[in-house]
Design a protein around this ligand. Structure first.
Ligand code: NAD
Length: 287
């Protein structure tokens, strides 16, 4: 068998249509660019309309591949249905859904990593000070923000009897990180849902997988990892480097090889997996 030709054919993504939620963000705009580089028509779906339009414009200029910015919230089914209508008019039914919108918030973050258990401990700084509204917001954005767009867009894939869904998970999904209980729980739920839906769709021709990135410096985690006065890494930021055997942060481009593998026929018998791209973080016990 000529493996070179085989792989070239199976990488053929030209003219497929991909919706990337959170597509104006740091990670997902790069994922979108990598798809466009393979000839995929990209839909940059984001709650930030101006940023989505700008990313789409840059993609068209850079790759000469059609791209549109569409404004919708992954938590609002009505806005997603409206986006789907626009997408159908411009590009027709979609082939690839990347569920990338997500993030954390200070409102769902405890001040301290561990309770001391002392009499005079300030409970507001611990688990007991977490705001339910903040918890709901982060949990919903990351979990329901994956579930709802999948409900809206996966009908295209099921009707075509082919297509791929990629969820963006996190290191928190395997073992929770301190302070961020809502984000950790939501990403664990994303992994579980990835497996559940992969089985549910297994006879439809639609595959469902996830990528669990290691640590990148982006807008949603900067408040935890960089001291805004000095610009240096916080103690938590340094701990991440110490916990990453490759001893550095990931850059978004390093996620794109796994994305292309998962959206192409190179992985046509792969469904229900969550692939860590993490410089060894999830393999390392710290000792
Ligand atoms: P980012 O803040 O740069 O991008 C997130 C994007 O999502 C933004 O453009 C934002 O406008 C958009 N968004 C927010 N709420 C939305 C909503 N309701 N509807 C539609 N769009 C919405 O963040 P990022 O770091 O690039 O994160 C992208 C994904 O990667 C997230 O799911 C995040 O949890 C995950 N992730 C990030 C890291 C990291 O270290 N940064 C690590 C692992 C996983």
């Amino acid at each position: 068998m000529d493996f070179n030709t085989l792989y070239m054919n199976e990488l053929n993504l030209k003219d497929k249509v991909a919706v990337i939620t959170g597509g104006a963000g740091i990670i997902c705009s790069t994922l979108a660019r990598s798809l466009a580089a393979h000839g995929v028509k990209t839909v940059i779906l984001d709650v930030n309309k101006d940023a989505a339009t700008e990313v789409a414009k840059q993609i068209e200029n850079e790759f000469n591949t059609p791209s549109i910015g569409v404004s919708a919230s992954v938590l609002d089914k009505v806005s997603l249905e409206a986006a789907k209508k626009i997408i159908h008019e411009k590009f027709g039914p979609i082939d690839i859904l990347v569920n990338g919108a997500g993030g954390n918030s200070p409102a769902a973050t405890t001040k301290v990593e561990k309770m001391e258990g002392t009499e005079d401990e300030n409970l507001e700084e611990t688990f007991f000070g977490l705001q339910i509204e903040g918890f709901d917001k982060v949990f919903d954005l990351n979990f329901k923000g994956t579930l709802i767009p999948t409900m809206v867009f996966a009908t295209d894939l099921v009707k075509k009897k082919s297509g791929v869904i990629i969820n963006i998970s996190s290191m928190n999904s395997y073992r929770p990180l301190t302070k961020i209980a809502a984000y950790s729980a939501a990403k664990a739920a994303v992994n579980n849902f990835t497996q559940w839906l992969a089985v549910h769709f297994s006879k439809t021709g639609v595959r469902v997988n996830a990528i669990a990135p290691g640590f990148l410096l982006t807008n949603q985690n900067r408040f935890l990892l960089i001291d805004d006065k000095t610009g240096d890494l916080t103690p938590r930021g340094k701990k991440i480097i110490n916990g990453t055997p490759m001893e550095r942060y990931c850059v978004p481009e390093e996620l794109t090889g796994t994305l292309i593998y998962l959206v192409s026929d190179l992985s046509k018998f792969v469904t229900g997996v969550v692939i860590p791209v993490d410089g060894g973080f999830s393999a390392y016990s710290g000792v």
